[in-house]
Design a protein around this ligand. Structure first.
Ligand code: ADP
Ligand code: MG
Length: 695
């Protein structure tokens, strides 16, 4: 059966593809017919609509039938410097107007472009002293019978080029393939095509590379994008479905340790925390390794969920590694872990680069002999010297900070441990599955009870004074603040209010409030002791670079002041703001911005002002800057979408996911006759390969 993705013939069998073209194609990742069919044009040139000369202005594109009126020359009279100028008039039904074709380096056209004859012209024009001119143009003789020549009357795909490739070659190769394959099998059911107004695959791919109209092109693109996303979701969902079915139902009850820990909390867990714990517990009890993302806005209580879930594993005799992206955070987690768990008899250890010498040796030995239950640390946990006794559960905080390789390095330390990733930079729901494939997701949607929404103010130079007053009032109430700046000193751009000079300035503004400066160039011990003082309320405010960005949990801090807020990305701003609003106290965020804002910066500040919802902010972030950096790993590392766009096709993703769910709910094995087509595509020419986590 001929599918779009099983045309494995070598591209060099096509006429015109020699050694050079073959090499250039391979730079584009193209070696087979299928590869070429899946090459997406970077744009299309619309030559379907006649655009007569009379209607054109500077910079517009001419596309019409013309008659040649005269030839003349301009420039130096004698020798080779003269340039041919061909004057044409519009000869289409709709048109009038004249145009001068400037034939730089193409004086030979005098012989081929004949006076009195008709030609199709395409090119973009400019206006010079009232004369319409064009120097980059294509001319094709009009045929006797009045038909359009090959390159006209249609919409031409413009492909990305490499090396010796030309549009002409790619187009002719594409057409050759399309005529060699008589018919491409359909990849969607009649039902789906009908309900979503989609085309058969065969028609869609032919139109995509040779569209008769823009409307047809959009329908073709939508069909191909839908198909692509549909199979992606199907593969992702099916895998997830298999995983869930293999779980022993009802077998997951919390252990005595977990119950004791929950019992001892001074507050009740939120409903989402309980639900997430249940999901994690089921995964931990399943035979397949857990691969789960715990997402929840800053302060939603993820860390607590992680600790309690760790107890489930300890009950079964395994070891747990808990990793944080920075030493500061690791230390904070270690402290919260000790507070919560040591009274339950759990043995915790803290391992970072700063644990040295004898102490380190003893610690490593204890880990290797299984005398430690939970090891908390930074990526020092990855290093070769760390040997675990029985590592069965790995928790990674703020996963976007870790490279994929680091994660893999840790996974190599245990057969296949259960893995829980935590992130406060939520992936918009519509994308999470697409981007993460078979990762399961637990979400903390709601904040613990009694939290007040943070009030955000946008502050310009004129309102700066009022901001200082407002923060001063918070100090009088015994609350604390963070002042955050983008950089440490002014080596470089001098217009920045750098941390050091602002630190001095603030001392003058709040003479009786003790404060400290904290930035990434301080050594670790100093940072830790400053934070400790701050936590104990001995300091009223911290002046810092964005080191406070992640994780730090100080409930009494109620003010976050961010200078040059326009220089931070949305996710950083949201993280920073999340350092306050972590108790029942009303908190404030002040975003101080400079005068010259780019359009994007304006949008970011607006989003911050109007929402505190991490999901909404992540979704907006995506819309403002595209999905590229979203996950911290290049998105292309996860998947390559050819026809669909993550920014423009969000609504399709939603639709497609529902369809995939519906199908799998009724026929999880895709066994019914109705799903024969899907089975066949998946087994012979799948848009996405199924990944097997067992491998
Ligand atoms: P996250 O890791 O999601 O940013 P944390 O787990 O650090 O959030 O929790 C933030 C703060 O809220 C901590 O001080 C924690 O003890 C507290 N907290 C967690 N869960 C609850 C709850 N259900 N009710 C009240 N406070 C909670
Ligand atoms: Mg946290």
């Amino acid at each position: 059966m001929e599918y779009l993705r099983n045309q494995h013939q070598d591209i060099s069998t096509l006429s015109g593809v020699g050694v050079a073209a073959k090499a250039s194609y391979s730079e584009l990742g193209i070696t087979t017919y299928s590869d070429l069919l899946l090459l997406s044009p970077r744009s299309w040139e619309d030559r379907s609509q006649v655009r007569p000369l009379g209607s054109l202005g500077d910079g517009q594109v001419a596309n019409t039938l013309v008659e040649v009126l005269s030839h003349s020359y301009f420039g130096l009279k004698s020798g080779k410097k003269r340039t041919l100028k061909i004057i044409v008039r519009d000869a289409s039904q709709q048109g009038d107007g004249r145009l001068s074709l400037l034939c730089f380096g193409r004086n030979f056209l005098e012989k081929t472009i004949r006076i009195g004859k008709l030609y199709y012209l395409y090119g973009s024009v400019s206006l010079h002293r009232g004369e319409l001119q064009c120097s980059q143009f294509e001319l094709y003789p009009a045929t006797e019978d009045g038909d359009f020549p090959k390159q006209f009357g249609k919409i031409l795909p413009i492909y990305p080029l490499r090396g010796s490739l030309s549009q002409r070659l790619i187009r002719s190769n594409m057409q050759a393939i399309l005529s060699q394959v008589a018919h491409f099998e359909d990849e969607l059911s009649e039902d789906l095509k009908q309900r979503y107004d989609l085309l058969p695959t065969d028609q869609a791919i032919r139109i995509y590379h040779d569209p008769p109209s823009l409307e047809a092109l959009e329908q073709a693109r939508k069909t191909l994008a839908f198909t692509e996303l549909f199979y992606l979701q199907l593969v992702a969902r099916r895998h997830k479905g298999l995983e869930q079915r293999s779980q022993a139902p009802g077998a997951s009850t919390p252990s005595r340790l977990e119950l004791a820990c929950i019992e001892a909390l001074p507050f009740a867990l939120t409903r989402d925390q309980l639900a997430s714990l249940k999901e994690i517990r089921q995964d931990l009890d399943s035979e397949l390794p857990m691969n789960r993302l715990l997402q929840g806005d800053v302060g939603s209580g993820k860390t607590l969920v992680a600790w309690i879930s760790a107890l489930h594993v300890l009950g079964k005799g395994g070891q747990v590694a808990f990793m944080a992206p920075t030493e500061l955070l690791a230390r904070q987690h270690a402290e919260s872990g000790f507070q919560l768990l040591s009274k339950l008899g759990i043995r915790l250890a803290f391992l970072t680069g700063s644990v040295k010498n004898k102490e380190r040796k003893l610690l490593l030995q204890a880990i290797a002999e299984g005398e430690v239950d939970i090891i908390i640390g930074t990526h020092a946990l990855f290093s070769k010297e760390v040997v675990f006794h029985n590592l069965s559960y790995v928790i990674i905080d703020e996963q976007h900070r870790f490279g994929v390789e680091q994660r893999l390095a840790l996974l190599e330390k245990a057969r296949v441990p259960d893995l829980l990733l935590m992130t406060a930079t939520p992936i918009p729901r519509t994308l999470s599955l697409t981007v993460f494939g078979n990762l399961n997701i637990s979400t903390l949607h709601t904040m613990p009870q009694g939290r007040k929404s943070i009030i955000t103010h946008l502050v310009n130079e004129q309102s700066r004074k009022r901001m200082y007053q407002a923060v001063g009032v918070e100090f009088l109430r015994g609350h604390q603040a963070y002042f955050v700046y983008p950089r440490i000193d002014d080596s470089g751009e001098s217009d920045l209010r750098d941390v050091l000079s602002m630190y001095e300035f603030l001392k003058g503004e709040y003479p009786s409030v003790p404060s400290a400066l904290i930035h990434s160039k301080l050594d670790e011990e100093e940072k830790v002791s400053i934070l400790k003082n701050y936590q104990e309320g001995k300091l009223g405010y911290l002046v810092s670079t964005s080191v406070v960005e992640v994780g730090i949990d100080i409930p009494n801090a109620t003010c976050m002041i961010i200078e040059h807020a326009e220089r931070f990305g949305l996710s950083a701003l949201h993280q920073l703001r999340g350092r306050v609003g972590r108790s029942h106290l009303q908190s404030y965020c002040f975003l101080v911005f400079g005068n010259e804002l780019t359009e994007e910066a304006k949008q970011r500040l607006k989003v911050m002002k109007e929402s505190t919802d991490g999901f909404y902010i992540a979704e907006q972030d995506l819309l403002i800057r595209g999905p590229g950096e979203l996950t911290g790993t290049r998105q292309s590392g996860y998947l390559k979408l050819i026809f669909a766009s993550l920014t423009e096709d969000l609504h399709l993703i939603e639709l497609v996911r529902n369809e995939a769910d519906r199908i799998l709910a009724s026929d999880p094995g895709l066994l019914s006759a109705e799903h024969q087509r899907i089975r066949s595509v998946l087994s012979t020419a799948p848009p996405f390969e199924e990944e097997h986590s067992e491998a």
